[in-house]
Structures are given as structure tokens and as C-alpha cells.
Design a protein around this ligand. Structure first.
Ligand code: PMP
Length: 316
């Protein structure tokens, strides 16, 4: 499914807010040539009040982005809090009327030929898009195990969102789309289940919600962390442990999770139905409580939302 997006008018570029068209870089940019960048994908949801955009776990995202920058030896004049403020300012400037997707990223701007990390400078830019569901959440996803393996931590760190690592994701996604699946499940070099091409994975077997550990070469997913916290609160038995491929085929429920995919239940894996091929009770419960939180219907988790109010003047 092609995701519907609409680019918003303003971006943050080289230290200031500028019209999106003016945010341009050289074709020789190091990050473009060698993938020496890192990015975040963040959602902002329109609150049930119709006035506020709730940016979901913004400080967690800015923290992870700056950590990815640290892996790249980036030196940037931001803390997680000051970067969050910059992002919130950009959102307010764009005055969105519905759900949004934010793409802050760090990149090495030098026009220089050697693939290295130091002496190239560091920049941070942000753009904003209007965005609805990335996957169709009304139906189950067809998943397929990819024959590519997840890039291991000692080749390129999966725990951070490094631009170059996404060539691995693109190979994985390409293969399973070719086979007619919606999304991939990828194994790591040890042959254990890692994650999707752009999302983490949970299975439910014998009533236990299970997800692979971070050391299985997966991204330190913020939605994954959210779900583990929700499972704890809701009293859903859960564990974090390595998962074998064949457990996928015996699971009663399975779902992908991530900022883009949100909570997307899996109907089949490699053509084998998961459970009875319908959304299962645990997946449903997690999905419902997730959307209650992001839409501002659960005050107990207001701490996960960074609210940005629509400026009153834009409606005039
Ligand atoms: N794994 C990969 C490879 C991803 O690209 C994403 C999307 N950011 C995720 C997992 C999910 O992470 P998060 O919940 O932080 O969006």
C-alpha cells in the first residue's frame, strides 16, 4: 500500500526554520554518498480536543536520535530537551490540522570523498508531513521471512537508526513485496527472529506476549518499549527472549509495532495462518490502549505526550 503523505511548508535547516523548498544540500554530500546519517521517525496525533497535536514520546525519540548521532561521532548543539523544543516550534509553525509524521535527521554535510566519521561537520534538519496509517490497520498483514539477514551490531549498529543501515531494510522489504507479502520478518546472523524491515515484532504463544531482546540486532524501538510497559500495567504475561523461526508458525497471535506501522496485526506468516487468521485478544487490547493514549483519552499516560497547541491566529 502506498502511504498518503503531504509535505508541510516549513522545515528546520542549518539552524533555522525555512520554507521546505529552500532546504537544499549538495549532490556531493558525504551522508548522501556514504549513508553517514541518522534519523528519527516521530508521530504527532490530533488530540480528541481537535486543537492539540500530541507528539508521541518526543523526548525518547530525540534521545535516541542524539544517541545515533553519538555512534556517528556527531557533535551537535542540542540536548534531547532543546531538540524537542525546536521540533515543537516547527510543528507550531506548520500549524497542522491532522496527524503528522516528523523526520528529524543528522547528517555529515562535507563534500569529501573518504568514508570516515570525523572532520566532516554535522548538521541536523527536520521536515514534517501530514500522514495517516502507513499500513492498513483494518486488515491483517501478510508477513514473510526474508532470506536476507539483519545487519549485525558489529557490522553496523541496528540499535540506532543509521541512514546507511536502511539499505539492509530496503533489500528485505523488496524481497517480500516481490513475493506478495506486506511486510518482512528478518532473522539475525544467529538465525533468531529479529524484527520487521521498519518495525519491531511481538508474538503471543500460550498467553505470553513475547518479543526479541535488543541484543538480537534490533532497533531500540520506542513503540516496543511502550508495549512492554502497557503489558506490565494491563497484567498481560510477557517476556523478552530469543525467538526461533518455527515459533512464528506456532504462535496464536503476532503483530508488528513501530511509529510508522503503529500496531499492525499479522494474519499469516509465509502463507501459514497465525492463530485463526483474525486479530487476537492480546493484540486487540494492546492496540486499543495504544490509540487511547495517543489520542489523549487516557490521562494516566499524558507523560508520553508532548502537546503542541494550534496557534489561534491560523484559523482566522
Ligand atoms: N525497527 C526498525 C528497523 C525501524 O525502522 C523501526 C521504526 N523506527 C522500528 C523497529 C520501530 O521503532 P519505533 O517504535 O521507535 O518507531
Amino acid at each position: 500500500m502506498a502511504v498518503k503523505t503531504a509535505m508541510m511548508d516549513y522545515a528546520f535547516f542549518e539552524g533555522q526554520i525555512v520554507p521546505f523548498e529552500d532546504a537544499k544540500i549538495s549532490i556531493g554530500t558525504h551522508a548522501l554518498q556514504y549513508g553517514t546519517g541518522a534519523f528519527a521517525g516521530i508521530r504527532g496525533y490530533l488530540d480528541q480536543d481537535g486543537e492539540t497535536i500530541n507528539i508521541f514520546r518526543l523526548i525518547d525519540h530525540t534521545t535516541r536520535l542524539l544517541n545515533s548521532g553519538k555512534l556517528l561521532r556527531a557533535e551537535l548543539p542540542f540536548t534531547p530537551e532543546s531538540l524537542a523544543e525546536t521540533i515543537a516550534e516547527l510543528v507550531a509553525k506548520n500549524a497542522p490540522s491532522g496527524d503528522i509524521y516528523l523526520r528529524p535527521f543528522i547528517y555529515k554535510p562535507a563534500v569529501q570523498l573518504t568514508p570516515r566519521l570525523r572532520g566532516l561537520g554535522d548538521e541536523l534538519a527536520v521536515y514534517v508531513m501530514g500522514m495517516g496509517d502507513y499500513l492498513d490497520l483494518e486488515r491483517g498483514q501478510k508477513a514473510a521471512v526474508s532470506s536476507w539477514v539483519r545487519v549485525p551490531d558489529n557490522a553496523m549498529p541496528s540499535r540506532g537508526k543509521l541512514t546507511g543501515s536502511y539499505v539492509n531494510s530496503a533489500f528485505i522489504k523488496d524481497e517480500v513485496e516481490e513475493k506478495g507479502a506486506d511486510e518482512a520478518i528478518v532473522l539475525n546472523t544467529a538465525g533468531k527472529v529479529a524484527e520487521g524491515s521498519g518495525c519491531n515484532l511481538f508474538i503471543v504463544r500460550n498467553g505470553i506476549l513475547t518479543t526479541p531482546p535488543i541484543t538480537s540486532d534490533i532497533l531500540e524501538g520506542i513503540t516496543r518499549r511502550t508495549i512492554l510497559a502497557l503489558a506490565e500495567e494491563l497484567g498481560i504475561p510477557h517476556e523478552t527472549r530469543e525467538i526461533d523461526r518455527t515459533e512464528l508458525y506456532l504462535s496464536d497471535e503476532a503483530f508488528f509495532c513501530g511509529t510508522g506501522v503503529q500496531i499492525a496485526w499479522i494474519e499469516s506468516i509465509d502463507g501459514r495462518p497465525v492463530g485463526n487468521g483474525k486479530i487476537g485478544p492480546v493484540s486487540k487490547q494492546i492496540q486499543t490502549s495504544f490509540f487511547d493514549i495517543v489520542r489523549g483519552r487516557n490521562a494516566a499516560h499524558a507523560d508520553w505526550l508532548y502537546p503542541v497547541r494550534k496557534p489561534a491566529a491560523v484559523t482566522a
